[in-house]
Design a protein around this ligand. Structure first.
Ligand SMILES: [Zn+2]
Length: 127
């Protein structure tokens, strides 16, 4: 009897592809904001933009924040891409440190996880 604890790869692939879509859109939005191109939210009650001062300062802070967020989103996107590649290679859902299967519950929370919870918390240092 081979009762392997199978995870349903198709489900995670779909989950990851969804995440990728959302993250890509989010990243585009953040990059636009970081570049000062604010497509959607710039409804400033018909005011002119030729008013220097307070607004500009807030703008800069907002852009910095957008840039920082964009960096985070890009990192997650990279992880999502790697996870999709692991699915293609048949190594998805296996802890890269100890080789044990990553529990489905963890993959549902973090579908791009590369380590089981024990290894992820045990070694913060990258090997
Ligand atoms: Zn592990």
């Amino acid at each position: 009897m081979t009762a392997k604890p199978r995870i349903r790869i198709g489900k995670y692939r779909k989950l990851l592809e969804q995440q990728k879509d959302e993250l890509t859109r989010e990243l585009r939005r953040l990059e636009d904001r970081a570049a000062g191109r604010d497509g959607e939210q710039e409804v400033v009650a018909g005011e002119d933009f030729d008013e220097p001062g307070g607004d500009a300062a807030m703008d800069t802070a907002e852009r910095d924040q957008a840039r920082a967020l964009a960096r985070e989103v890009r990192e997650i996107l990279e992880l999502v891409d790697q996870a999709l590649r692991r699915i293609d290679h048949g190594t998805y859902g296996v802890c890269e440190v100890c080789g044990a299967p990553i529990p489905a519950g963890r993959l549902e929370l973090v579908p791009w996880a590369t380590r089981c919870a024990a290894c992820a918390s045990g070694s913060a240092a990258r090997i």
